[in-house]
Structure formats: structure tokens, C-alpha cells
Design a protein. Structure first.
Length: 271
């Protein structure tokens, strides 16, 4: 069955060794588990509730997570949001949302919750392989904002990926100018949120420092690169001292960076 796609599966297999299935229905969880064992000899963990899923994700660091959208006691979207904002290594793991009730609203909610891909039931083996290839070999940029944490939603296409299992599509990397603008918008949003959500605001700002350094180096802008490094050091000092966050001070320290913000960008960024 897998002969035609053996090379693709061989590339994917190391990235699918640990799989968690969040599903209260034993039959459907068993089906996915058996398929993943056949495809990649994966180790499988099953969680019947959101609470157990968070515990297992923190303990076993799954490579890929399949989450049933609902109904209770599972809420796959709420689980994904909680996982993305946790401190577990698995917070970055691809989440494939599985449901038999696929609606436009449900797909959008899954996307906005930080889900990577959407798999409708009943699905074929080819459908499953498409989603697996998308999340392992066609990874999207990661967005670490205040109101959103997860893969870049602009690349979300519910199974759209590029590879041997699909039609041709354009999956270009994000241009430097677009990456810079987004990083600056999220940085400004993080500064504004230090009073209401200090933990995620700090994590968000630190992530943007990394992106801004990469942007500066990519376009050979020494001023941008240096400003990003300096602001990152300032954030590190705040954390070491355990000092309270001061939005005005942070904005002043980030002034050189924020000066790169395109003039037509609105003041709020709902990531």
C-alpha cells in the first residue's frame, strides 16, 4: 500500500515516533493509532479528556497530536489553545484536528486556536498521509503573539501542502519585509500587553527579538540587528532582576526597532 510513497514516508517517520491521540471514543482512537503504527511504527498515547491530554503532552513530548474537535469531555480547540500557551516542549507539536462535523466556522475556529491541519471523518489513508506530510515536511512559520500562539494562519489551508501526494501549489517562504512587519506588530502588541498578560507578553517579545535579528542579518541591516540584540538583553535583565514590567520603558527601549514599522500598519495587532 505504501510502496509508491515509501521515500516520503521514510522522511516523515523520524518526525512521527511519538503520537498522542486526544479522543474519548476508543474505536476512532484505535483506528488512528493502528494507522500510525503501520505508517511509522509510532508509539501511541491516548487521552480521553483535555486534562489528561495536557498531562501526557507535558510528560511524553509527542511529535504529532491528533485531537477530536468535540463534543465533551474533549474540546480539541480549547486543548490546543491551552497547550500552545503552556511551557511544555510539546506546545510546538503539530496538531491535526479530527471531526466528522466539518463546518466553515469549525475550521476557522480550529485555525484560530493554533491547529495545523484539519482532517474530516471518514478519511482515507491518502487524506491522512497528506496531512502528515504537511505538518512534518512542509512546516509553517511559528507565530508567538499575545492573543495567538501557533503556526502562521496565513498558510492554513486544511490539508494544503506541497509534495508527491498533492497537486502543485506555491508554498513560498515569508518574505523578509513581511516577516519584519509582523514581528514589529507583535512586538508592539507585546509591549502594550505587559500589564494584562505579562507572561505571554514577555515570551512574545523574546520570540520577536529572534525574528528581528534574523531579519536584520538577512538584509544586512546592522542597525536593525544591533537594536534587536540590545532589546533582547534588556528583556533578559528584566527577567533576571524580577523587575516589574513598565510598558513606557519598554517602548522607549524598543524605539529604534519600532521606527522600522511601516507607516500604514494599524496600532492594534490581533494575532
Amino acid at each position: 500500500m505504501f510502496n509508491a510513497d515509501a521515500k516520503i514516508i521514510q522522511k516523515m517517520a523520524p518526525l512521527m515516533q511519538r503520537v498522542m491521540i486526544v479522543d474519548p471514543q476508543p474505536a476512532s482512537a484505535r483506528l488512528i493509532g493502528e494507522l500510525m503504527r503501520d505508517i511509522a511504527r509510532s508509539q501511541i498515547w491516548v487521552a480521553e479528556t483535555n486534562e489528561k491530554a495536557i498531562r501526557l503532552a507535558s510528560s511524553y513530548d509527542p511529535h504529532i497530536i491528533f485531537a477530536e474537535m468535540g463534543p465533551a469531555p474533549i474540546d480539541g480547540i480549547a486543548f490546543t489553545r491551552e497547550l500552545r500557551r503552556s511551557h511544555a516542549s510539546a506546545r510546538y507539536a503539530p496538531v491535526i484536528m479530527v471531526t466528522g462535523q466539518a463546518t466553515a466556522a469549525g475550521i476557522l475556529s480550529a485555525r484560530d486556536g493554533g491547529v495545523h491541519e484539519f482532517l474530516r471523518k471518514p478519511f482515507t489513508l491518502k487524506d491522512l498521509l497528506r496531512r502528515l506530510e504537511a505538518v512534518t515536511l512542509r512546516q509553517r512559520d511559528w507565530v508567538e503573539a499575545v492573543n495567538y500562539v501557533g503556526p502562521d494562519r496565513r498558510r492554513f489551508n486544511s490539508g494544503d501542502y506541497q509534495g508527491s501526494l498533492k497537486r502543485r501549489s506555491d508554498a513560498r517562504a515569508t518574505p523578509d519585509s513581511e516577516r519584519l512587519a509582523q514581528a514589529l506588530k507583535i512586538l508592539r502588541s507585546g509591549i502594550n500587553a505587559v500589564g494584562s498578560d505579562p507572561v505571554q507578553a514577555m515570551r512574545s517579545m523574546q520570540a520577536q527579538v529572534v525574528d528581528l535579528r534574523k531579519c536584520g542579518m538577512s538584509v544586512a541591516d546592522l542597525k536593525l540587528t544591533t537594536a534587536a540584540i540590545d532589546f533582547g538583553r534588556h528583556l533578559d535583565e528584566i527577567e533576571k532582576k524580577g523587575a516589574p514590567y513598565d510598558a513606557a520603558e519598554l517602548k522607549a527601549k524598543a524605539a529604534t526597532l519600532l521606527a522600522y514599522m511601516p507607516k500604514d500598519v494599524p496600532d492594534a495587532f490581533a494575532a
